[in-house]
Design a protein around this ligand. Sequence first.
Ligand SMILES: [Zn+2]
Length: 529
Amino acid sequence: MYPMSKPLIIRGGTIIDGRARAKPTRADILVVKGRIQKIGKPIRASGATVLDAKGALVTPGFIDVHAHSDIPALQDSSAQGRVFDGVTTELSGTCGLSLFPLTGATAPSRRKGLSKHGLACDWTTAADYFDVVTSYGTAINRGFFVGHGTVRASVVGYEGRRATIKEIDHMAGLLSESFEQGAFGLSSGLCYPPGCFAGRREMTALCKVAAEFGRPYVTHMRSEGQSALSAIRETLGYGRATGVPIQISHLKIAGRGNWWKFDRVMALIDAAKADGVDVAADRYPYLASQTGLATLFPDWLMDGGAEKALARLTRPSTRRKLMAYIRRTHRRKDLWGTIQIARAKGRAEAFEGMTVQDAADHMGLPPQDALFEILIASKMNCSAIYFNMSEDHLVQIYKRRDVMVGSDSCSRSLTGPTAEGQPHPRTFGTFARFLSHYVIKKKLLPLPAAIAKITSQSAKRFGITDRGHIKQGLRADLAIFDPATLRDNATFEKPFQLSSGMRHLLVNGVAVLKNGKETGKRPGVVLRA
Ligand SMILES: [Zn+2]
């Protein structure tokens, strides 16, 4: 499973070992057979490869707890953007979207959708999918959550209705199977179809299964803006009812008109924790989100899938209803200038990189009509970047002990099949930005505490026992970087930019980055919970 490699010495670096109060220490590290064998100074071993770490920090490799690399894991084994950002492990299958289990009535259409990416997807279960990822090879370690949306699609399809008791039992069975095969937790995306059609009975039953396995419930909540307070109450309610550990994905309050709810949300989380609910969260270090353009609208638009939504969008009465909804939920005059088209399929591709306002000016239409045109031209296949968050909230969120860092993006490279569209800059710059901007420059946290957040704390949260610390006997996932030159370079305008400052990166004891250059090695493995 793990590749054989020559002994390796990391010489002369300053080690921050992953503990929140670690004292930075100058020492060498000896790596043998993928594991940390010795920490001390100076270390000599004949025949060992030596990596120079003078002037650099040596930390555990970073763990991205919120990734969407389910498809890229089968398209691009290099994970180039991640590697330059210091990430050695990522957890995908978030927001309710995993690529397993693929069964039931919707499986054929989902397979067809995936085949558009040139993927022959003949797998059904988690175990099958893990085998396919493994056979494809990977530079970094990858773990996966099982997505509630995928499980629901397999059993209920995309109909906008509650599940029956029998269907819930069926879902629970698929969930158990995924957990037995190593899925790290149950993820949900309750603002997206088909997750948005699930009621509390269904979610409680499924959280109970996760609790029995000791795996967390990782949730993109039903609302992060308009209905954020009821959404957080719902989420914490699952923790109270079932004992499942709760992981709130990309914690935020979206929309200036909703920012006042932030303190209430934090107070509700703290009250639940005081009552013994195990709650944690993650966040990316940016003030804009990226998601489907259609999420601007209420759930009923997508009932029955994209085809039905497109038909609805052609009706003037429906358009009027949708616009009234937007006016109610987004009370800001400059709204259309704060929404940037990220990725649009088909005829709408020309609008990538423009705001809805830009596109409207371009088409000579009022913005709301331009929005409908883009959705129709892209067949609802359009994502957008929403500039809607508060810097002050971000600072408060990162200061919390229970918050980790997750990029909420897929691993991509500057070339190949993943080099397309206009992704959010978090795709390339999350960890370099967190450390260089928020920790080193703004001094939000002491450096060892910040390193702990992105290494040991994340590993502990998801039950990854042999990574996340620099300690004898653990897997040698190591990031060696120069804190003075570490920088994120990806921007909203030009997202395809690698981070700089990463000198070496070791995954299972093998350098995937050496002296700032990719080695072409693929030592990563699929992690199983
Ligand atoms: Zn999400």
